[in-house]
Design a binder for this molecule. Sequence first.
Ligand code: ZN
Length: 508
Amino acid sequence: MTLTPDVGPDPLSSPNSSPISDSHRRDTEPANAPSAMAREPGQVIIGLEVHCQLDTRTKLFCACSTDYRDDGPNTHVCPVCLGLPGTMPAVNRRAVEFALKVAKAFHCEIPEECEFSRKNYFYPDLNKGYQITQYDRPLALGGYIEIEGEEGGEKRVRLTRIHMEEDPGRLVHKGGGDRSRYSLVDYNRSGVPLIEIVTEPDLRSPKEARRLLAKLRATLEYLGVYDSEKEGSLRVDANISISGHDRVEVKNISSYRGVEKALTFEITRQRSLIRRGATVERETRHFVEARGTTTASRSKVEEHDYRYFPEPDLPPLRVASWVAEIALPELPDARRERFMQQYGLSVNHARTLTGDLRLAEFFESVDASTSLTSPATATWVADTLLGELNYRDRSITTVDLPRLTALLDLVQAGTITDRSGVEVLRAVLDTPEEPAAIVERLGLAVTGEDTVATAIAEVIAEHPQAVADYRTGKGNALNYLAGQVMKKTRGRADPRELGRRLAEALTE
Ligand SMILES: [Zn+2]
């Protein structure tokens, strides 16, 4: 790090910098909103402030380990992150590099110099009485994230800024919620590096907000700077309004899944107020995850004055040479294009499979080891397997790759039908059994020629009307008869052969 005097230009005079100084009090209507984003009356307008923990080994300003989740309270602390008098912070270079990677990946403008500031307020989880964050000279300005738009195609969601800050500690309310009699504070989280990513109010539905977070999360994981499996590693505040009415800030959305729920509830609430002729109050509300609702904060919203000033213990950061050295890995969009080119996948399969780093890697490993074609493998992984995993609330990392490959090979060899394959897949997920043994145990192997021939003969004898229909040229009759044969063989007739054999039998 180079220590330099603070001689940079005043960022507030830069046309690219937002006039907003405190993201928590951000207006949803920036003065520089382009006319392309013009709003229709009744339009939903959403902007997000997303806090992500950077996956560094140590905290932002001290050497305490960030791997605190399985440990007792206040065991990952030192005089710096406890904010004891006389201690000095020292910036974790890796955390800055991680934040710069994110800024570069999202096409932000990265000023040559940025600066940390003190945000002064008192709260028990903030032991110093102030939080070290970035204020008017953030790490990155502007930029955008591309998501799948409502009418297909890509939509650009503009970013206002990305800045770095330290996570506060965590309060534990004993007794739960409103009935708690006292609170405990755990400083293990205090000083963990965060980036706050602030979007412009470009989102138009809860679904778009979910897509934005999914894209954000995937990109951060591709960059290797974030671990979504760590509890509480992503927290969201959302600004929501209906065009022409005041906005509401919903705070405290602490899960990825909660965002769509919180926004959907809030939009319904605001729309119903407007319909009844009531006013939407400009206020801060809290998301109550367990109930899926938002509630007004008990205290009246005050316009806080945080008395920001430059952090006197940290010189401005000159990052230009670091930025030049950052090489970005393949990111989700590039990988999606590659999956379509290299494996011949549909855009939907490619999008699903590349939307999560672990899933993308899993697909490539399976594809490399099975004899099934890539598009068929994609269908199995993106549709069937993901459906079964969602049902079980399990992640892709719990799937036994060799057994899945063995199952797909049985399908490819024609030993089992696709339909039986799904049954085998469920057993692969729920038991430690090998696919071949499952096929044996459940009697799922494709039925022999004789059995199928018998079933065909029986079906022809039992359904004279359908046979007559077929002979007078009604195309559906053949499908109906094939369905009857499948029923008789309990789905074990090879579907690729069945149509041909039935047609043969019917012309005899
Ligand atoms: Zn520490």
